[in-house]
Write a protein that binds this ligand. Structure first.
Ligand SMILES: *[C@@H]1O[C@H](CO)[C@@H](O)[C@H](O)[C@H]1NC(C)=O
Ligand SMILES: *[C@@H]1O[C@H](CO)[C@@H](O)[C@H](O)[C@H]1NC(C)=O
Ligand SMILES: *[C@@H]1O[C@H](CO)[C@@H](O)[C@H](O)[C@H]1NC(C)=O
Ligand SMILES: *[C@@H]1O[C@H](CO)[C@@H](O)[C@H](O)[C@H]1NC(C)=O
Ligand SMILES: *[C@@H]1O[C@H](CO)[C@@H](O)[C@H](O)[C@H]1NC(C)=O
Ligand SMILES: *[C@@H]1O[C@H](CO)[C@@H](O)[C@H](O)[C@H]1NC(C)=O
Ligand SMILES: *[C@@H]1O[C@H](CO)[C@@H](O)[C@H](O)[C@H]1NC(C)=O
Ligand SMILES: *[C@@H]1O[C@H](CO)[C@@H](O)[C@H](O)[C@H]1NC(C)=O
Ligand SMILES: *[C@@H]1O[C@H](CO)[C@@H](O)[C@H](O)[C@H]1NC(C)=O
Ligand SMILES: *[C@@H]1O[C@H](CO)[C@@H](O)[C@H](O)[C@H]1NC(C)=O
Ligand SMILES: *[C@@H]1O[C@H](CO)[C@@H](O)[C@H](O)[C@H]1NC(C)=O
Ligand SMILES: *[C@@H]1O[C@H](CO)[C@@H](O)[C@H](O)[C@H]1NC(C)=O
Length: 590
C-alpha cells in the first residue's frame, strides 16, 4: 500500500503537479467483521468504504480516502448496501499529516499512549546483557490473530487439562507501526491451577526455521483470569525491571482465534530459547556457552480433581485483618522444590525441578542443583559471622537471590520461592559455575493471595510465609551482612516502588489505557470448560465485577474476590504496614 501510493505520488509529481492526489491517504484499521459487513471511513461526513482486507489477516482493513480537514472516524457498513451504516465510532479522530494512518483499532480512541514510567532504582544484575527489542512497547496494545484448523483448536479447548499442542497454525501480529505474519505456529493451553478458569492462558511458539518476532520466538499469553485489576502482573514485571531482576518483560495484546475474539491478554516472553541468550548475551548465539535453565516445579501431571482446592478455601478477606494478632507463618506450603537437600541421587531432583532449556552443549544434568542444595544444607542456620560470604558468592549468585527474595516480600508473591517453595527459575551460569535466581509468573501477587492476607501483607516481613523456614533464606539470614542487605532492599523497594505516590500514577494511567479493552474482554464468551467452576457455584469469575472495583473498591464476595484485595487497597496496606514496621524497629534500635 505504502509503496503503491509513493509511486503514484512520484508520477503525479512529474506530470500533473497541481492535481490534488497528494491529499488521499491510506487508512488502516483493525476490526473483526462478519462476511456480510465491512469497514468504511467517514471523512468530513463523507463515507468511503475501505477497499481491501489484508491477505494476511481479515482483521486488517485498508483503503484510500481523502485526508480529513476537520476529522474522521471509522464505521461498520453493510457490504451489500454500503450506504447502510450499522455502527460508527463515538468519537472523531484528528486528521493525520502522514500519507497513511497507523494501524488503528476500531472503537479505541488512541493508538499509543504515554504512561507514567516507574523509576529505575537499581542497575540490572551484572549477568544481564539484554538484547534491544521492540517486543514490548509501553503504551501500545498490538493485536494477534491466530488462524488455522478450528477443530484442532476446539479439541485443545475441550481437553484444557491435557498438554495438547496445536501445530501448523498461522499468526499475524498487528501493532500500530508494524504487521508481521508467521506460518507453522504452535499454540497450547498453559498454566496449572488457572486451567480451571473459564478464560485460559496460552503458550505460543514460532517456528525455529522461520522469522522471529523482534528476536523472540516463544511467548506466554496470560489470561489475567484471577485479576480483577488486569494490572498486577504488569506492575510486578515493571518493578522487577526497575530493580534489575533477570526475568521477562510484559505488555498487553488483543487476541483473536480465527473468527473468535479471545480478549485482552498479558504478553510475556516465555522462558525458553532464545530467551537465555537474549537476556544474558545480547541475543548472540555465537560464543555463548549457554547453561541449563531449570524451573522449580513438581514434575506431576495436572490432576483436575485437586484444582478447586487450590483456588477455594483461602482466608484472605477484603475487610481489614487484625494486624496486631498475626499468627506467624501458619500457612506455608511444604514443598520439596525449595532447595531442600535430597541426597546425592540426581534422579531425586528430576522429580522437583524440570528442564526449561538444555545447555548449548550436553544436556541438563541437575548436578548444579544438587550441589547447591547440599551446600545450603551444610550452612548453619544459627547467626554466624560474615566469614562465609565469599563461599556463598562462589556457590550462588547471591545478589540475584537477595533481590529476588526482597521482591517477593514487597510484592506479596503467593506462588514463588518463599510462600510456595515453587514456581521460580534457576539458570546455570557456566562462566561463574553457579546458579542465578529468576522470578517469574506474578499473577498471584500484589493483593491476590493463596494465603491469609495477614501474613502476606503484614509489616513484620520476617513473618512472610517461608521467610524463616525455607532452606535458603534460613541460612542466608544467618549471615549478618546478608540479613542487613535483605532488610535494606525491602526498605528501599518499599520506599521507592511499593509506595502509592510512585505506583498510583502508573495505575491511573493503566486504568485509562485499559478501560475500553477490559470492557471488551469482559463482554466476550469464554472458551474454557467451566464445569469445575460451575460446581463451586455462581459468581465465579471476575467478568461480572466492574474493573474499577479491582483498582480501588471493596470487592464483593465471589470465588475470585475471596482471595483478592483491590490493587490500591493492597498497595496502601503493604506500604503502610512495612513502613510502620521499619519506623518501629528503627525506634527500638535508637
Ligand atoms: C482517493 O480516494 C477516493 C476514495 O477511495 C477515490 O475515489 C479516489 O479515486 C482517490 N483518488 C486518487 C487520486 O487516488
Ligand atoms: C450480518 O450477519 C450477522 C450474523 O452473522 C447478522 O447478525 C447481521 O445482522 C448481518 N448484517 C447485515 C448488515 O445483514
Ligand atoms: C508522548 O511523549 C512524547 C515525549 O514527551 C511526545 O513526543 C509524544 O507526542 C507523546 N505521545 C502521545 C501519544 O501523547
Ligand atoms: C484438523 O484437526 C483435526 C483434529 O485434530 C484433524 O483430525 C484434522 O485432520 C485436521 N485437519 C487438517 C486439514 O489438518
Ligand atoms: C474448605 O474448608 C472446609 C473446612 O476446612 C472444608 O469443609 C471444605 O470442603 C473446603 N472447601 C473446598 C472447596 O475445598
Ligand atoms: C469477610 O469478613 C466479613 C466481615 O468480617 C465476613 O462477614 C465475611 O463472611 C468474610 N468473608 C470471607 C470469605 O471470609
Ligand atoms: C535414585 O533415585 C531413583 C528415584 O527415586 C531410584 O529409582 C534409584 O534407585 C536411585 N538410585 C540409587 C543409586 O539409589
Ligand atoms: C553436568 O553439568 C555441569 C554443568 O552444570 C557440567 O559441568 C558437568 O560436567 C556435567 N556432568 C556430566 C556428568 O555431564
Ligand atoms: C536449624 O538446623 C538444625 C540442624 O540442621 C535443625 O535441626 C533445625 O530445625 C533448624 N532450625 C530452623 C529454624 O530451621
Ligand atoms: C517480627 O517477627 C519475628 C518472628 O516472629 C519476631 O521474632 C520479632 O520479634 C518481630 N519483630 C517485631 C518488631 O515485632
Ligand atoms: C538503598 O538506597 C540508598 C539510597 O537511598 C542507597 O544508598 C543504598 O545503597 C540502597 N541499599 C541497597 C541495599 O540497595
Ligand atoms: C475509586 O477511584 C475513582 C476514580 O478516581 C473514584 O471516583 C472513586 O471514588 C474511588 N473509589 C474508592 C472506593 O476509593
Amino acid at each position: 500500500m505504502q509503496i503503491t501510493s509513493a509511486i503514484a505520488l512520484f508520477v503525479a509529481g512529474v506530470t500533473y503537479i497541481t492535481v490534488a492526489t497528494a491529499s488521499n491517504i491510506t487508512y488502516n484499521v483493525v476490526s473483526l467483521q462478519p462476511n456480510n459487513q465491512t469497514i468504511a471511513v467517514i471523512v468530513d461526513d463523507q463515507v468511503y468504504p475501505l477497499a481491501s482486507v489484508s491477505k494476511k489477516s481479515q482483521l486488517l482493513h485498508t483503503g484510500d480516502a481523502p485526508a480529513a480537514a476537520s476529522g474522521y472516524k471509522y464505521a461498520v457498513i453493510d457490504k451489500a448496501n454500503p450506504s447502510n451504516i450499522i455502527d460508527q465510532e463515538s468519537f472523531t479522530r484528528a486528521p493525520v499529516t502522514e500519507d497513511k494512518t497507523l494501524n488503528e483499532y476500531y472503537g479505541r480512541f488512541w493508538n499509543t499512549m504515554n504512561l507514567t514510567q516507574l523509576p529505575t532504582i537499581m542497575d540490572p544484575l551484572p549477568i544481564i546483557d539484554r538484547i534491544e527489542s521492540k517486543l514490548h512497547i509501553d503504551g501500545e496494545i498490538p493485536t494477534i490473530h491466530i488462524t488455522g484448523n478450528q477443530s484442532a483448536i476446539d479439541n485443545m479447548h475441550k481437553q484444557q487439562y491435557a498438554d495438547i499442542d496445536v501445530e501448523g497454525l498461522s499468526m499475524t501480529y498487528i501493532s500500530p507501526h508494524d504487521v508481521q505474519s508467521f506460518d507453522d505456529v504452535t499454540l497450547a493451553v498453559a498454566g496449572f491451577s488457572t486451567r480451571s478458569f473459564p478464560k485460559l492462558s496460552y503458550k505460543l511458539k514460532l517456528s525455529k526455521h522461520g522469522e522471529d518476532l523482534y528476536h523472540y520466538r516463544r511467548f506466554k499469553l496470560r489470561s489475567m483470569g484471577v485479576d480483577i485489576s488486569y494490572m498486577r502482573e504488569e506492575l510486578a514485571y515493571a518493578i522487577a525491571e526497575s530493580i534489575g531482576l533477570p526475568t521477562g518483560r510484559y505488555s498487553y495484546v488483543r487476541v483473536f482465534l480465527n473468527d473468535q475474539p479471545l480478549g485482552l491478554f498479558g504478553f510475556l516472553d516465555n522462558f525458553k530459547n532464545p530467551w537465555p541468550r537474549n537476556l544474558f548475551n545480547g541475543g548472540k548465539k555465537k560464543g555463548f556457552d549457554q547453561g541449563a535453565l531449570y524451573k522449580a516445579s513438581p514434575n506431576k501431571n495436572v490432576n483436575p480433581s485437586t484444582l478447586p482446592n487450590a483456588i477455594g478455601n483461602t482466608t484472605a478477606n477484603s475487610s481489614q485483618p487484625d494486624w496486631n494478632n498475626v499468627k506467624p507463618n501458619s500457612t506455608i506450603q511444604s514443598s520439596t522444590s525449595d532447595l531442600t537437600y535430597l541426597g546425592d541421587n540426581i534422579t531425586e531432583y528430576t522429580q522437583y525441578y524440570s528442564v526449561s532449556e538444555d545447555p548449548s552443549s550436553g544436556s541438563a544434568n541437575f548436578t548444579r542443583i544438587m550441589e547447591l542444595c547440599k551446600f545450603i544444607s551444610e550452612q548453619s542456620n544459627k547467626t554466624s559471622d560474615n566469614a562465609a560470604i565469599d563461599l556463598w558468592n562462589e556457590k550462588i549468585d547471591v545478589t540475584s537471590f537477595l533481590r529476588g527474595i526482597a521482591f517477593e516480600v514487597v510484592t506479596s508473591q503467593s506462588d514463588a520461592y518463599l510462600a510456595n517453595g515453587n514456581n521460580y527459575m534457576l539458570y546455570d551460569d557456566l562462566e561463574n559455575e553457579r546458579l542465578v535466581y529468576s522470578n517469574q509468573d506474578f499473577d498471584i501477587s500484589m493483593g491476590t493471595a493463596f494465603m491469609s492476607a495477614e501474613v502476606m501483607h503484614g509489616g513484620n516481613y520476617t513473618r512472610f510465609p517461608g521467610f524463616l523456614e525455607r532452606p535458603l533464606t534460613s541460612r542466608l539470614l544467618a549471615v549478618p551482612e546478608f540479613k542487613r542487605e535483605i532488610h535494606d532492599l525491602i526498605y528501599n523497594f518499599t520506599r521507592d516502588l511499593v509506595n502509592p505516590d510512585v505506583l498510583n500514577p502508573r495505575i491511573d494511567d493503566l486504568y485509562t489505557f485499559l478501560e475500553q479493552d477490559v470492557a471488551w474482554d469482559k463482554s466476550l464468551p469464554r472458551v474454557g470448560n467451566t464445569s469445575l467452576f460451575d460446581a463451586i457455584g455462581s459468581g465465579f469469575t471476575s467478568d461480572n465485577i466492574p474493573f474499577m472495583f479491582g483498582i480501588n473498591g471493596t470487592l464483593p464476595d465471589s470465588v475470585v474476590s475471596n482471595f483478592s484485595l483491590s490493587l490500591k487497597n493492597w498497595l496502601e496496606l503493604r506500604s503502610t504496614n512495612l513502613m510502620n514496621f521499619f519506623n518501629e524497629t528503627s525506634n527500638q534500635n535508637n
